[in-house]
Design a protein around this ligand. Structure first.
Ligand SMILES: Cc1cc2nc3c(=O)[nH]c(=O)nc-3n(C[C@H](O)[C@H](O)[C@H](O)COP(=O)(O)OP(=O)(O)OC[C@H]3O[C@@H](n4cnc5c(N)ncnc54)[C@H](O)[C@@H]3O)c2cc1C
Length: 384
């Protein structure tokens, strides 16, 4: 896509976010759902497939373009992006990158059109930060695989039409080897869901447990090579981490804008609180860290596109930006005083929403381990 086409898409996304989604943020939070007509607008704009390949109906954005869109998505409730995030991200990318031609043709155009919702089912109890310890199994039975196990915290599970599921196919292998990935129809007999999780924030974005009880899937549901699913998951997560870093930048911009607008008008002692230099300091620190985060994300995205760094950079960006937006939302509440603690004030909602960014798609500790160990390995340190 040329630069002009992309800037038209970005402007349209900005307009949708600011004119349609933001006015309904509070409703989305209170009702814990994305209104149906918004889903239609998202589909019309092609957002269910913005990161899927153009030849399968997506917009095929580069990582540099992806982060520019995520800056816009991040400016409103994260539930907005969550609805189409798994199609473009972790679930759709596994099929786009590693699926057979037949799988791509079967799923990608419908994912890109928003006719199907795909969910990525990797995490289990005792296999979150270290998914290589997962216990879901898939055993071969004639021309089928039989999948059994329980996944938890799966985004969009209650809406999903298909799950990209990671399961151990070789019980004799340990760790990441011997794990494979499958596309499983959400309606297949034996697939059931737990109740929707009650979360601290990000209302309107749904997660739940997913149970696979002896689910029979055809042999061609296997994505890519048998036993290589884990390395696939890692590649896809790395792209997702950079995207989340950009979402954090978007949210930091929003809470900064809310804080500046509030400080410029809310008064104490007859003068706007923005006259107080300690309030200015809160705003200055938010702004400084925000522009550092944005520059970091853009730099890492450019190096992701050239293939120069697809692991350490995305983790460093996710680490910095998720921690940065935590500080930004905290300062934004501070600028708003008591109002910042009241429900229905946007910064109160963002304060809760932001907390997830330090946990999912790899905790901050996990990002530190990836960055630290990656640099040491590059310097020749032997693997432990
Ligand atoms: C709302 C939400 C949506 C999610 N969506 C999805 C989804 O769609 N698909 C999916 O598969 N998963 C999803 N997840 C799961 C998410 O990625 C995991 O929760 C996350 O990776 C952390 O794993 P855990 O919860 O098992 O915590 P744990 O791994 O048990 O972590 C607990 C603590 O131990 C620390 N820790 C663990 N290992 C190490 C280590 N090696 N070094 C240092 N510290 C360590 C962690 O940093 C953390 O502080 C979602 C989670 C949530 C909450």
């Amino acid at each position: 896509m040329d630069a002009e086409d992309f800037s038209q898409i970005r402007d349209a996304v900005r307009q949708l976010v600011r004119e349609v989604v933001i006015p309904r943020e509070e409703e989305i939070d209170l009702d814990d759902r994305i209104p149906e007509e918004l889903r239609g607008a998202i589909a019309d704009m092609g957002l269910f497939g913005y990161a899927l390949p153009e030849e399968y109906g997506g917009l095929g954005v580069t990582m540099r373009e992806d982060v520019e869109l995520a800056f816009e998505f991040g400016y409103t409730t994260p539930a907005f992006r969550s609805l189409f995030g798994t199609n473009n991200g972790i679930a759709g990318q596994v099929i786009a990158k590693f699926g057979s031609e037949e799988q791509k043709e079967r799923y990608l155009p419908r994912l890109a059109a928003g006719e199907l919702i795909g969910s990525f089912a990797l995490t289990e109890a005792e296999a979150g930060s270290d998914p290589a310890g997962l216990r879901t199994t898939a055993r071969r039975d004639g021309d089928h695989w039989v999948v059994s196990g329980t996944k938890r915290y799966i985004t969009n599970a209650p809406l999903a039409d298909i799950f990209v599921v990671f399961a151990r196919t070789d019980p004799d292998e340990r760790g990441g080897r011997g794990i494979s990935s499958f596309v499983v129809d959400a309606k297949a007999p034996g697939v059931t869901l737990g109740p929707r999780d009650k979360k601290m924030g990000q209302s309107g974005a749904w997660t739940s447990e997913v149970f696979f009880d002896e689910v029979r899937v055809p042999a061609d549901a296997l994505v890519g090579e048998e036993g290589r699913g884990y390395s696939k998951a890692l590649t896809v997560l790395s792209r997702g981490r950079l995207h989340i870093a950009a979402m954090c930048v978007g949210m930091a911009q929003r809470v900064l804008d809310e804080s500046v607008a509030y400080a410029a008008t809310a008064k104490q002692g007859g003068a706007p609180i923005g006259r107080f230099q300690l309030v200015q300091a809160l705003i200055a620190d938010m702004h400084t860290e925000l522009i550092a985060g944005r520059a970091l994300v853009r730099d890492v995205a450019a190096r992701y596109d050239t293939g120069e760094d697809t692991s350490v950079g995305p983790s460093a960006a996710k680490l910095y930006c998720s921690e940065m937006v935590g500080r930004a939302t905290d300062r934004a509440v501070q600028v708003h005083g008591g109002l910042g603690y009241l429900r229905t004030t946007p910064v109160e909602r963002f304060y809760r929403d932001a907390r997830l960014y330090r946990l999912y798609e790899g905790t901050s500790e996990v990002q530190r381990v990836i960055v630290g160990s990656g640099l040491l390995r590059a310097a020749g340190m032997p693997r432990g």
